[in-house]
Design a protein around this ligand. Structure first.
Ligand SMILES: [Zn+2]
Length: 498
């Protein structure tokens, strides 16, 4: 690997305008494959989910999976695309060991969905990312290279091929070139993929897990000198597997291409590989001479002609888009942009929404999820949603606080108990006697004792220095094992000394 010369990012975007493009592959969550009845479960024993069709054996015939067409139309409609009234699949001919037929059934000049857009919010601005096309194809198998140091084919002793993934329906979503975003280009790329992932997930058509490869991204970047109307030569960084890496791939290519152009060189049109550990890309296959895939209409399949009424039904069944839902919840919960961003960044939006649905106030739900529970998730190195407490349980804790049964400190004890498997909040409260001391006589006695023990403080409060009452409140809380409502104790003390 040669060390690339880089230009610092700010300098690079000062002199050059980046143009980005994103090609995203989404594996659909259909129960069966694109053209046969094989199941699609992730992680099954290698080559246990194959048949003559997805192995491309002679004489086998593909049949289109109707659900895959429906899912693709759902994605196309959610991305504001036009849905084709008639289109065909095409054969894309090339050799690759993990592609059993030696061709891939894809779509070429007749994609199912075209000309849409997805709006993404970056730094308080909305960037409209144009969608060129959404088409349907089949996934390839997977090669495993054994015996080498890197897991790549170079240096391996032998390779194994698993065809379980071959023939799983794959949707490719291609953006139009996105220009004019300047130094925001890397963040725009990351935000677009994030928004697309959330949108596809909300449609229920894929689990869109980047770490399992059900969402994969190719990132195109080119630079042109500021003020120039001509776009530069682009590179394509393949199979970027995390949101962070999408951003990093764009940043790195901007820094690298700027150095090439500064030195009077020219950017070579090529595919590049991202190294997730270092965030750098290295040269892969040159695309200077376009590969001829000899596309032709797939002769074994009939054309796809979705009836208008079917498309109308699918459109009517689309859920609220994540961006629209965020805007609605922001208004309903009276949140600032910063509050909303904090919820989204913490992955707490759905949890808070479910907690509110279970009866808590939006303020209480946010307080517990972003406060105590976020702290505990952070300590345990877990996502918030992985904590062993349900939104309904959090709502119950909030209710116990607002009805005066628990104070905040006791509520934290209850949450701790629930997280460690002690049962529901009500069971914990009952089993451990965790409830605020509400016996008026006991509280009054504790207040009198505290005043007697701190005559100087009591004198100050009597003189009108209400803020000085802290030590008295502390003494009463201590005397009651912190099982009193601090606000109420404070009021009792002030009443007593007035
Ligand atoms: Zn099959």
């Amino acid at each position: 690997m040669t060390m690339e010369t880089l230009v610092p990012f700010d300098e690079a975007t000062g002199r050059y305008e980046p143009v980005i493009g994103l090609e995203t592959h989404v594996e659909l969550g259909t129960r069966t494959k694109m053209f046969c009845g094989c199941t699609t479960t992730f992680g099954a024993e290698p080559n246990s989910q194959v048949c003559p069709v997805c192995l491309g054996l002679p004489g086998s015939l593909p049949v289109v999976n109707r659900m895959a067409i429906e899912y693709t139309i759902r994605i196309g409609l959610a991305l504001n695309c036009t849905i084709a009234t008639w289109c065909r699949f095409a054969r894309k001919n090339y050799f690759y060991p993990d592609m059993p037929k030696n061709f891939q059934i894809s779509q070429y000049d007749e994609p199912l969905c075209t000309d849409g857009y997805l709006d993404v919010a970056v730094g308080g601005q909305t960037v409209r990312v144009g969608i060129e096309r959404v088409h349907l194809e089949e996934d390839t198998g997977k090669s495993l290279h054994v015996g080498g140091a890197t897991g790549r084919i170079h240096g391996a002793e032998y390779s194994l091929v698993d065809y379980n993934r071959a023939g799983i329906p794959l949707v490719e979503i291609v953006t139009k070139p996105v220009a004019g975003t300047g130094a925001d280009a890397p963040v725009v790329a990351r935000t677009y993929v994030t928004e697309l992932r959330d949108l596809v997930r909300s449609l229920g058509v894929s689990d869109v897990r980047m770490e399992e490869g059900s969402l994969r991204c190719d990132v195109n970047v080119s630079l042109s000198p500021r003020g120039s109307s001509q776009w530069g030569t682009r590179t394509e960084t393949k199979n970027v597997n995390s949101l962070r890496s999408v951003q990093r791939a764009v940043e790195f290519e901007i820094e690298r291409q700027a150095a090439v152009l500064d030195a009077g060189g020219r950017v070579i049109q090529e595919t590049r590989h991202l190294h997730e550990d270092s965030g750098t890309t290295t040269s892969g296959r040159s695309k200077e001479e376009a590969q001829d895939y000899r596309y032709f209409p797939e002769p074994d399949l009939v054309p796809v002609a979705p009836p208008a009424e079917w498309v109308t039904q699918i459109r009517a069944s689309l859920p609220e888009a994540p961006s629209a839902r965020r805007a609605r919840l922001q208004a309903e919960w009276d949140l600032s942009d910063l509050d909303l961003a904090a919820l989204s960044n913490a992955g707490a939006l759905d949890l808070v929404a479910e907690t509110v649905a279970a009866g808590a106030s939006p303020a209480d739900a946010r307080k517990w999820w972003l406060g105590e529970l976020a702290r505990r998730a952070n300590d345990a190195g877990l996502e918030l949603s992985a904590l062993a407490i349900t939104p309904a349980q959090v709502a119950r804790v909030a209710e116990l606080v607002s009805s005066g049964v628990l104070n905040d400190r006791l509520a934290r004890d209850v949450i701790h108990a629930v997280l460690t498997g002690a049962g529901d909040p009500d069971q914990v409260v009952a089993a451990r006697g965790l409830a605020v001391v509400s016996d008026e006589g006991a509280l009054a006695a504790a207040v009198d004792a505290a005043i007697a023990a701190h005559p100087d403080v009591a004198a100050k409060v009597r003189d009108g220095k209400v803020a000085a009452a802290g030590p008295l409140v502390g003494a009463v809380m201590k005397a009651t094992g912190h099982q009193a409502d601090a606000a109420r104790v404070r009021q009792l003390i002030l009443d007593r000394l007035s």
